[in-house]
Design a protein around this ligand. Structure first.
Ligand SMILES: C[S@@+](CC[C@H](N)C(=O)[O-])C[C@H]1O[C@@H](n2cnc3c(N)ncnc32)[C@H](O)[C@@H]1O
Length: 440
């Protein structure tokens, strides 16, 4: 059953979801998002899609006058492309063949260049996760729930967003619907996990397609309320800019598994270069990388793989984790604990015996790191976000067994890689401190 059919057949009425309006976070000024969310937050829409070095350029002067209905059909009537063109001297939205629209480099870009900082248009709270990330069939089973969400979202957009932002929202891709777009279909296609507790929808970030060999890294910086996008390698003018919809550990799965995951969770057959080329060598390298990753960041790998139980909540959480494009999945509180532990590093004899001996036995850290960084170079063009994950895992291991000077060097390497992939985030700041004196 298609989503649009379902809407037409539904008779239920809107019972109203709690909504909150927030002022838009100011880029550059720290702002902590409110915790007392309703199901859905709407940030001030006039300024919701703030970008750095990137302004919205309207190629068609009549787009802001496009009604919702027209906006829904806009892409069909106009054969895709160019309804709205977000342009800066570095990035621009264009048609990229079968993938629909995508983001293209309009000039050459250096590794570590900041491409975009964007605040979310919508923030969804945990209660929305099943409708956003659950199986489409399950969402369609309960028509009351579907209508409830559809009407709530539509009304929110209508009442809280100006016409221009509404047109941009309705212009986003909706891969759930065969015919007319729905607000929920757009949200399901474009919403992105921010944490275990929230997801967001971004107007420009939504135009970035996925690649299993991404050249852009996006990180959610909660203290500033923005997604920060940075180039993970040098990029030539005209190249498509792609993020990863999968976490790093999932990117290390063999091609067939990745294709299955992307098809199951996102409903598309991946056309990226990594999935299109001859796969055997790449699959071998990724398999080896995932073994090494697991050794370096054993805890995160375990959480990532098993952060579920048989409950529905557990399954949704696991799906969310798998689609969070975070390479560096460590919470702020956990980082504080780690840094506190690191500041009191104990000698090897006092080190905990919970598997660390196995680790030291089975792996020569230096050789392991060299092999890992070589593989990341070959498979992911030296992606600094992947490197930061590895160096941070190695730092934790070294700190855990009391190898203080190795731990400091690894914290320094993790700090540099984090700055390259995220900028001066709180994680980078903490790593910098750990690299200098081991204390937060
Ligand atoms: C968040 S949107 C990305 C922007 C979208 N292409 C557009 O036209 O607005 C996600 C959708 O883009 C398409 N897409 C993204 N990455 C892709 C890839 N690697 N291969 C094929 N399709 C892709 C899929 O249809 C997917 O559901």
């Amino acid at each position: 059953m298609r989503l649009h059919c379902f809407i037409q057949s539904s008779q239920s009425s809107h019972s109203g979801l709690p909504l909150q309006v927030l002022g838009a976070p100011k880029i550059g000024k720290p702002c902590r998002l409110q915790r007392s969310w309703g199901h859905l937050q709407v940030l001030s829409c006039a300024t919701a899609a703030r970008e750095l070095q990137c302004r919205v350029v309207r190629r068609r002067s009549d787009v802001s006058k496009v009604s919702k209905a027209k906006a829904r059909n806009y892409r069909r009537q106009n054969d895709v492309v160019d309804s709205i063109d977000y342009k800066s001297n570095k990035i621009s939205v264009h048609a990229v063949g079968k993938k629909g629209l995508g983001v293209i480099a309009t000039s050459s870009i250096k590794c570590g260049d900041l491409l975009l900082e964007e605040a979310p248009l919508l923030i969804f709270q945990k209660q929305s996760f099943d409708v956003l990330f659950g199986d489409l069939q399950d969402v369609l089973v309960d028509d009351t729930s579907f209508d409830h969400w559809e009407e709530s979202l539509t009304e929110t957009l209508q009442s809280k967003c100006d016409e221009e932002v509404r047109a941009q929202f309705w212009d986003l891709a909706d891969t759930c619907c065969a015919k007319d777009k729905t607000a929920l279909g757009i949200a399901r296609t474009n919403a992105i996990g921010l944490s275990d507790e929230s997801a967001g929808l971004f107007l420009l970030l939504s135009r970035f397609n996925h690649s299993c060999k991404p050249n852009v890294h996006n990180s959610w910086q909660e203290d500033r309320g923005v997604q920060v996008l940075k180039a993970t390698r040098d990029i030539s003018e005209g190249e498509e800019l792609c993020i990863s919809y999968l976490s790093f550990l999932n990117l290390c799965a063999p091609t067939r598994e990745r294709l299955g995951e992307l098809s199951d969770r996102f409903g598309f057959d991946c056309l990226c270069e990594a999935c299109s080329r001859v796969q055997s060598e790449s699959d071998w390298r990724r398999e080896r990388l995932s073994q090494l990753c697991e050794a370096f960041s054993r805890d995160e790998a375990r959480n990532h793989a098993t952060a579920t139980n048989d409950s529905e909540d557990g399954v949704i959480l696991l799906r969310l984790k798998k689609r969070m494009p975070l390479f560096f999945e460590v919470k702020e509180e956990e980082m504080s604990r780690i840094s506190a532990e690191a500041s009191q590093m104990r000698g090897p004899n006092e080190a905990k015996r919970d598997g660390l001996e196995d680790f030291v036995e089975s792996m020569n850290m230096r050789d392991g790191l060299r092999e890992t960084t070589d593989l990341i170079e070959q498979e992911f063009a030296g992606n600094p976000a992947a490197l930061s994950l590895i160096f941070f895992g190695a730092f934790r291991r070294a700190a855990g067994v009391g190898r203080k000077s190795a731990a400091k060097s690894l914290a320094k390497a993790a700090w540099k890689a984090t700055v390259a992939s995220e900028g001066s985030s709180w994680r980078a700041e903490l790593l910098k401190t750990l690299a200098s004196d081991g204390k937060p």
